[in-house]
Design a protein around this ligand. Structure first.
Ligand SMILES: Nc1ncnc2c1ncn2[C@@H]1O[C@H](COP(=O)(O)OP(=O)(O)OP(=O)(O)O)[C@@H](O)[C@H]1O
Length: 289
């Protein structure tokens, strides 16, 4: 039996719309399933954790990247496979994993049932599935999540958030420790720590990131003026920003970040706190369909 967790409010109601496309298919094909609808933030983690204890064949999330994070948090450390039907506004996890945007095609992938183990990362007792963004990035995610335009502009809302925050963000001094190697940087805009290549609706922030290599990819941007950052920004959609001297790319298994002033941290697009943070890879800790 497969257990579906549907976030009705994801993607401005797309969660429910996707579910009404796939439920008839399940019925038509006589596939046994159960469904639960999330009622509040954090609920998907509780539902996934409970379902994992009952020995379901798979837990399938229907929602956006926040729902992926919550269901992932509930399944970490279990052998229960995690299926995904994208219904968010960004859907970066689906893009990175090659999961079809079409709900019936995504369902077919779930039903094909070819599990593989992927990495996640741990920070302060929580789990990140795709990426963590610190500083400018965290601030952009905060602004976007609190805005009304996320519903209206979907994927484009992150780009709008970038333009808005670009005017007010103050770069700062940051100390980064990557597997014991200490790096101190001035004028830091952002530090992204990623398991998959893109976030924020298709921004290829760590183009080489893979979630089965036991390592996290890091992108640090520093020493750049607002004006130059604005000009560099479009390059993130192709991943070409990595060739510029303002961008430092690193890779490691444990990353510690502290800053002169507290910087906002997002994990998989949801605000989770402020620096300092310690992020550790959890190799092959999630079974993905
Ligand atoms: N019933 C509910 N009411 C309000 N919020 C909910 C409910 N169920 C889940 N949530 C919250 O909705 C938030 C957004 O979900 P999700 O990220 O899946 O969608 P999205 O933001 O539209 O997609 P994306 O992150 O891909 O852009 C999550 O933080 C989740 O905790």
């Amino acid at each position: 039996m497969r257990y579906f967790i549907v976030n009705r409010v994801s993607g401005n109601g797309r969660g429910l719309a996707r579910w009404s496309r796939i439920e008839p298919v399940l019925k038509e094909r006589g596939i046994p399933y159960r469904v639960a609808f999330t009622e509040r933030p954090g609920h998907a983690t509780e539902l996934a954790r409970e379902a994992a204890k009952t020995g379901v064949r798979a837990v399938v999330a229907v929602g956006g990247d926040g729902t992926v994070n919550e269901v992932g948090n509930g399944l970490i450390g279990t052998d229960v496979p995690f299926g995904y039907i994208p219904a968010g506004s960004g859907n970066d996890f689906a893009t990175a994993q090659g999961i079809p945007k079409d709900p019936v095609k995504a369902l077919d992938r779930v039903l094909k049932h070819s599990p593989r183990r992927v990495d996640t990362a741990d920070f302060g007792g929580r789990v990140m599935v795709s990426s963590i963004g610190i500083g400018f990035d965290g601030q952009v995610a905060k602004t976007v999540n609190e805005s009304k335009w996320k519903q209206r502009w979907g994927k484009g809302s992150y780009a709008i958030g970038v333009l808005k925050e670009l005017r007010r963000f103050q770069p700062t001094r940051v100390t980064l420790e990557v597997d014991g190697q200490v790096i101190r940087e001035e004028g830091v805009w952002l530090i992204a720590v990623a398991n998959v290549s893109c976030y924020g609706g298709g921004m290829k922030i760590c183009p080489e990131a893979k979630n089965d290599d036991g390592l996290l990819d890091i992108c640090l941007v520093r020493g750049i003026s607002r004006w130059k950052l604005l000009r560099l920004f479009p390059l993130v959609f192709s991943g070409k920003h990595v060739n510029y001297p303002y961008v430092v790319m690193l890779r490691g298994a444990e990353i510690r970040v502290s800053a002169e002033r507290p910087l906002v941290v997002h994990a998989d697009g949801e605000i989770v706190g402020e620096t300092p943070v310690i992020i550790s890879v959890r190799p092959q800790s999630l079974t993905l369909l």
